[in-house]
Design a protein around this ligand. Structure first.
Ligand code: SAM
Length: 167
């Protein structure tokens, strides 16, 4: 039986410093079909259910142009996570790995990221597939998966000798 905030064999918690406000502003709330951490997928799938990103005011105008991108990166705050484990046992088998070698939701700053497919934009709501978070998860940021305006690095002397890294 998987429990939600247990300490498993091999896991190590530390006395984490009290969280301080890094100045995050939640820009919206994520609506998904999952109401329990035990039901949510470990990672989203682009053939998963359509989920909603409900954007709060005053950020709604910031959606302008988003419809031109097929793929978005969604960044969210895994608000129900414990934040004090340095070693974790994902399989609950006594084998523990360092938090920074895992994509576990349990981390000092519980940020989650997913690459999602854009399904549509309806006013202040963005519809996407590919999420794995609980209904009601706070939304931190939304950005195109790659910026189409990122300039290529200028050519450097010697590039031809080592092969072209920026085709
Ligand atoms: N895709 C993100 C990433 O890689 O950064 C998150 C991956 S994490 C393994 C996904 C799991 O986090 C879900 O299966 C669920 O157990 C848990 N989870 C989802 N929403 C959460 C929330 N709001 N608070 C705490 N845990 C959550």
């Amino acid at each position: 039986m998987v429990r939600e905030s247990e300490i498993r064999e091999g896991e190590v918690a530390v006395e984490a410093p009290p969280p301080t406000d890094a100045g995050l502003v939640f820009i919206g709330r994520i609506r998904t079909p999952w109401t329990s951490r035990l039901m949510a997928p470990r990672q989203g799938r682009v053939d998963g259910p359509v989920c909603r990103l409900d954007i709060f005011e005053p950020w709604v105008p910031a959606l302008k142009g988003i419809e031109f991108y097929a793929n978005l990166e969604v960044i969210y705050w895994l608000h129900l996570s414990r934040r004090d484990l340095v070693l974790q046992s994902p399989r609950n088998d006594g084998e523990a790995r360092g938090t920074f070698s895992l994509r576990s939701p349990v981390r000092p700053n519980p940020l989650g990221t997913s690459l999602v497919k854009l399904v549509g934009v309806e006013g202040a709501t963005v519809l996407v597939r590919g999420l794995d978070c609980l209904d009601g998860t706070p939304l931190v940021d939304l950005k195109p998966d790659r910026c189409r305006f990122t300039p290529l690095a200028p050519r450097q002397p010697g590039d031809d000798e080592v092969g072209d890294r920026n085709p």
